[in-house]
Structure formats: C-alpha cells, structure tokens
Design a protein around this ligand. Structure first.
Ligand code: CP
Ligand code: NVA
Length: 314
C-alpha cells in the first residue's frame, strides 16, 4: 500500500471522465485505492481540496448510497452540489442539458438507465462526467468494493472473488476491476443471464496480463468453492421490475444461503452492493452474519468517491 499523498500533490486522471471502469488506467486504479485509504485515515487533510467547486448530481433512478455519499464527499472536500431527479434528456436534447450544466458546474455525476446517456452527456459537456450506475456499469461501486476487499485481506492479488447471480452492471464492473488487480473472479449465473460477452472478452485480456483467472459458469458451488469473498446483487435491477417474477424462478438455485456460503474459505466475507432483497438473492442469516461486510462496503463508497473526485476535480 502507498505512502502519504498530500492534498496538493494528487495525480490527475488522464481521462477527463469516468464513464466505464476502464477509463481509469491500471496505475490510476491502484493509486486511487491508496488515496482512498489516505482520505479515510485523514479526512481533514483534504477538507478544502474542492473549495469553490460545484457538482451537479443527476439521478434518473432511485439511490440511497450513491447519492448521499457523493453529496457528503463533495461537501467534506469543501465543495457543494446541486441535484436533479427524473429522466434526463426528455424535456430537451441531452446535448443541450450538457451545455447548460457546463456553464454552472465543474463536474457532473449521473445515474442513468442507458450507458449511452452518460456517454452522450460526456461528449457534449466540457466538464468531467462520472457514471453513478448505468445498465452496463457501476464503476464507483467496484472502487469501494476493491477497497473493502483490500482492507479485509491486506491485498488483492491471489484472492478469489465469487459473484453469484445476474451478469449485471455490478458484475461487469467487479469483473473488470478484479481482472486488473490480480484477483481471481468467478461468476455463476443462470442460463440466459450471462454477462455481456464484450466485457467478458475485455476482462479475459486483462486477467491474462495481470496473471489471474476469470471463470464464467452456471455452477454456483464451483464459483464459491474456496472463495475469499462471495458477492451477490438483486436478481432484477432497476428498470427490470417487469421481469421480476420470471427472474425469481430462473435464479432460484442461485441464492447465497448459509450452505452455499460454507463452500467458501472459513474466513470468507459476504458482500452485497445493497439494496438487498432478503429471501431472494441472499438470506437474512448470511447478510447479518459476522463475516458480512456490506456496511463496510457502503462506508467505503464515501472514501473511494472522495479519492475519485480529488483525482478528477481538485
Ligand atoms: N449500491 C448502490 O449503488 O446503492 P444505491 O442504489 O442506494 O445508490
Ligand atoms: N444491479 C442493481 C444495483 C443497484 C445498486 C441495479 O442496477 O438496480
């Protein structure tokens, strides 16, 4: 882990936006995790870093963690935020929304249904855009999760992270981050709910370079076997509510219950991005168990996003 990073020596991200996980280079990802650990340890040192900066938060979908941790992160770094809820680009073209916002704020955080919405905002806005979850990616979640895993085990290389459930936005971001950081990643999904093949191909290339393994299977026990962490997420993501009944049937054999969790290492942790549906993708017993780190993950959203904001906007 890194040494102290002074608030006036923070390395800037080479890419202006974080629209997808790979917008951070491998080195920048490692640096961000080090910076997040510093910020967590000494938050007051960074309390003026965004002084005089304003950031707009645009949310097309509900949020507890992402929205509040971004608001808090911005305020605790000395900046301020303005927010807007509802569909983006329905009252006026996205290119107009982007060119309004860039006149008022120094950065945009957006949670949208479609990845193309954040991509188009970034194409038109001259200020940085951060993806706060789309249908394809949840990069801010993966940053906090890798920070959490690193805290739990003292490093990331050589760990095995198992994800059981839907090949969704959270799975994609975790797969890409694990592959780059040398963490073996095993994903078990039901037939028909596999991750995006292009993202899997990208992650396979990254895993080959970093020297770790990437497994995509339909066998939950195989994925969990010997894992350091077992992760799950809701079976129907925001925007898929109409598919909930069909998905509940398809995912029945993919619940992370105590028996499945017991196939992981004895010191394994349970992870979930939250919100969770107890009785569906996991049980109350697993989420409330001593080895559950779901609230550590939630806390680390704040610290990881502070590091991201510092690298993009300070
Ligand atoms: N994990 C997560 O992104 O939570 P919210 O949907 O509450 O922001
Ligand atoms: N996959 C979930 C994550 C919520 C934080 C969703 O997109 O709804």
């Amino acid at each position: 882990m890194g040494s102290y990073i002074s608030p006036n020596q923070i390395a800037k991200m080479s890419n202006p936006d974080l629209l997808r996980d790979l917008d951070l280079t491998d080195d920048e990802l490692g640096y961000l995790l080090d910076l997040a650990a510093e910020v967590k340890q000494a938050p007051r040192d960074y309390a003026q870093a965004l002084s005089g900066k304003y950031i707009s938060l645009l949310f097309e979908k509900p949020s507890l963690r992402t929205r509040l941790t971004f608001e808090l992160a911005i305020k605790q770094l000395g900046g301020d935020s303005v927010s807007c809820e509802g569909p983006i680009g329905s009252r006026e073209p996205l290119k107009d929304v982007a060119r309004n916002l860039e006149r008022w704020v120094q950065g945009i955080v957006a949670r949208t249904f479609s990845q193309s919405t954040v991509d188009e905002l970034a194409e038109w806005a001259s200020v940085p855009v951060i993806n706060a979850l789309t249908d394809l990616y949840h990069p801010c979640q993966a940053l906090a999760d890798m920070l959490t895993l690193r805290e739990q085990f003292g490093g990331l290389r050589g760990l095995k992270l198992a994800f059981v459930g839907d090949g969704n936005n959270v799975a994609h971001s975790l797969m890409l981050s694990s592959a780059r950081l040398g963490t073996d990643f095993a994903l078990a999904t039901p037939d028909g709910y596999e991750p995006n093949p292009e993202i899997v191909a990208q992650a396979e290339g990254l895993a080959a370079t970093s020297g770790c393994t990437l497994t995509v299977t339909h066998d939950a026990a195989e994925a969990v076997d010997g894992a350091h962490a077992v992760y799950t997420d809701v079976w129907a993501s925001m925007g898929q509510e109409k598919e909930a009944t069909r998905r509940r049937k398809a995912f029945q054999a993919y619940q992370v219950h105590e028996e499945l969790f017991s196939l992981a290492r004895p010191d394994a942790v349970f992870m979930h991005c939250l919100p969770a549906k107890r009785g569906e993708e996991t049980t109350d017993a697993v989420i409330e168990a001593q080895r559950s780190v779901v609230f550590e993950q939630a806390e680390n959203r704040l610290h990881a996003q502070k590091a991201l904001l510092l690298m993009m906007l300070s």
